[in-house]
Write a protein that binds this ligand. Structure first.
Ligand code: HPA
Length: 275
């Protein structure tokens, strides 16, 4: 980790910390089409990413580019409305900058959400999927380069990335709320082009249930930083190699927006379940 990157993270932490109403326990990074949640936060505030030191602008469609905070289900939450992707041309240090800032602010639990294409033929558009494991096909890793030992180990263990306790809590919350919750492996690709039928068949063959262009870099940085991680995908479209249909980003955003109330309910349920 370069000294400048570390210094930039520290400066951003020093900028945000005094503006928060309380030390945050949970961090949530929202994906494509998910942005309405700030309404659920009690007694907090928000800042545009453009106001945060060293923050790149969020350029993706339907990513608001706003950091909000407040209480949700009795927890102090930091809510990142919009993320950075490798396909926007950002390197993975930039993509994972919010995770480093969260770790610096004392966040202990990270929730990552995204929109993903379903590869498992049993899934339907609009389903929620608990991420059980991931495949990194971005072709890069946010930990490449010098390791900053104060932030985490050189070779972080990845044998249990998605916290078992949080997964059980998500299953329990889904049962209690009568929500359908799928489970599966998320594969991250760089994008921005979507997958060909041959690529789709390949991704299914190597064990993926859903494909997207995000999440895995942030999760790797979070594991490195010792955070416990919960990941939820909204299946925004179904990709079946023998019946490929064109995918429009507008349709993805629309499906995700329709699934958003269930996603909010589920996450509030998880927060109530775990200590
Ligand atoms: N492929 C890749 N990324 C995605 C998709 C997809 O089908 N849907 C939403 N994000």
């Amino acid at each position: 980790m370069s000294r400048t990157y570390q210094a930039q993270v520290q400066e951003c932490v020093r900028f945000i910390a005094p503006r928060l109403t309380a030390p945050p326990e949970w961090g949530i990074i929202l994906g494509t089409g998910q942005g309405l949640w700030a309404d659920r936060l009690e007694g907090g505030g928000s800042l545009a990413y453009a106001k945060l030191p060293y923050f790149p602008p969020a350029t993706s469609p339907s990513h608001q580019g706003r950091l909000a905070w407040g209480r949700m289900s009795g927890r102090e939450v930091l809510l990142w409305q919009g993320r950075f992707h490798a396909y926007e041309g950002y390197d993975l240090r930039q993509v994972t900058f919010p995770v480093r800032v969260m770790a610096g602010l004392g966040v202990k639990t990270l929730v990552v959400t995204n929109a993903a294409g379903g590869l498992n033929p049993l899934f339907q558009a609009g389903d929620l999927m608990l991420i059980c494991d991931h495949l990194n096909l971005i072709g890069d890793n946010p930990l490449v380069g010098d390791n900053l030992d104060a932030w985490g180990p050189r070779f972080p263990d990845m044998s249990q990335v998605y916290d078992r306790g949080l997964r059980v809590a998500a299953e329990n919350a889904a049962r209690r709320l009568s929500l359908t919750l799928r489970q599966g492996v998320y594969v991250a690709v760089k994008g921005p082009s979507l997958e060909t039928p041959a690529e789709t068949r390949f991704l299914r063959l190597i064990g993926a249930d859903a494909v997207g262009m995000s999440t895995v870099p942030e999760v790797i940085a979070a594991v490195h930083a010792g955070l416990r991680v919960l990941g939820i995908s909204v299946i925004s479209n179904l990709n079946l190699p023998d019946a490929m249909a064109p995918i429009a980003i507008e349709a993805i955003i629309d499906t995700v927006a329709r699934a958003e109330p269930q996603l909010v309910e589920l996450l509030q349920g998880v927060m109530q379940e775990v200590s």
